[in-house]
Write a protein that binds this ligand. Structure first.
Ligand code: SF4
Ligand code: SF4
Ligand code: SF4
Length: 287
């Protein structure tokens, strides 16, 4: 399986990855982003580069007026600031994707060869279940179109199948986001941590989270990526919870059916009793 490894310690926030993706898939498309959005992903922007500073996450183009927005972060200084970093965000291409598990029409499927969670928009009925189910808040809705569907990064799976790399990784000249075999990238990530323990947090994000993902991250020791990965999710694939829940559905259904039958029986009996009393009253009018 293929994957992307993004090494936050090398990213200078130049946005070339974001521009390459936009030019490849959505050139000319514009869409409004709500002012209080946590990122600027949209139906036209499938990857973005956020700015993290001392635990605060900023959308570079939207949050510059905020009082704590770091004004002095340049491409030169960013690499040396221990608590500040640029962090790419895109679909994580989960090994066991929740979007696939909940989609009623099978618009998503995990492709084991490329690692991509492929999305087929022609199948999408716009129900937005995937948006609610994705634990990482990735799929976005085409709010401005008459027949909206969702959109997200597709890991350039057609390029990968023809031996090319995803456009975003091709565009990154700084080696901050690279493409390769998932096992080899995980080994490379651990090698980097071992060789420069002071430079890296001792964790390869995406190796195990939510059952593993095909987008992996290395980060600075003081820039945890919990805001991307939601550590509380643990390492179990999330669809396993879906199936645990679904396994209870027959029990829940039977219980509901019994409860409904009981309620129906009580109401019916009350009505019969009331009818009986009325009939009795008609037969024996009050004196
Ligand atoms: S990050 Fe969300 S949209 Fe992407 S594969 Fe995982 S569940 Fe699906
Ligand atoms: S992998 Fe392809 S679709 Fe996904 S963010 Fe990169 S360029 Fe865009
Ligand atoms: S990942 Fe590479 S291309 Fe994207 S912003 Fe960082 S340095 Fe630039």
């Amino acid at each position: 399986m293929k994957a992307i490894l993004t090494d936050i310690t090398r990213c200078i926030g130049c946005d070339k990855c974001k521009e390459a993706c936009y030019n490849q898939y959505n050139k000319g498309k514009v869409c409004a982003i709500s002012a209080d959005a946590k990122d600027d992903l949209s139906e036209a922007t499938w990857t973005t580069v956020l700015l993290v500073d001392r635990g605060n996450v900023f959308v570079k183009d939207m949050d510059q007026e905020k009082p704590d927005f770091p004004k002095d972060v340049s491409e030169q200084t960013i690499l040396s600031l221990p608590q500040t970093a640029f962090v790419r965000k895109q679909c994580l291409h989960c090994n066991e994707p929740t979007c696939e598990a909940v989609c009623p029409v099978g618009a998503f499927h995990k492709d084991q060869e490329t690692g991509a969670v492929i999305y087929e928009s022609h199948k999408c009925i716009g129900c937005r279940y995937c948006m609610y189910a994705c634990p990482f808040g990735i799929p976005r809705y085409e709010w401005g179109t008459p027949f909206p569907v969702v959109q997200k990064c597709i890991l350039c799976y057609e390029e990968i199948k023809t031996g090319r790399k995803p456009a975003c990784t091709e565009a990154c000249q700084d080696g901050a986001t690279i493409f390769g075999d998932r096992d080899e990238l995980i080994a490379e990530a651990h090698r980097r941590i071992e060789q420069e323990p002071g430079r890296y947090r001792n964790h390869v994000y995406g190796e195990h989270e939510a059952g593993g993902t095909a987008v992996l991250y290395l980060t600075k020791p003081q820039v945890p990526l919990d805001f991307l990965f939601h550590q509380r999710l643990g390492v179990d694939p999330l669809p396993s919870y879906t199936w645990q829940w679904l396994a209870k559905v027959p029990t829940i259904g039977m219980s509901a059916a019994f409860a409904g039958t009981g309620l129906f029986w009580i109401i019916k009996r009350r009505n019969l009793l009331a009818q009986g009393e009325e009939a009795l009253e008609r037969k024996e009018p009050h004196a």
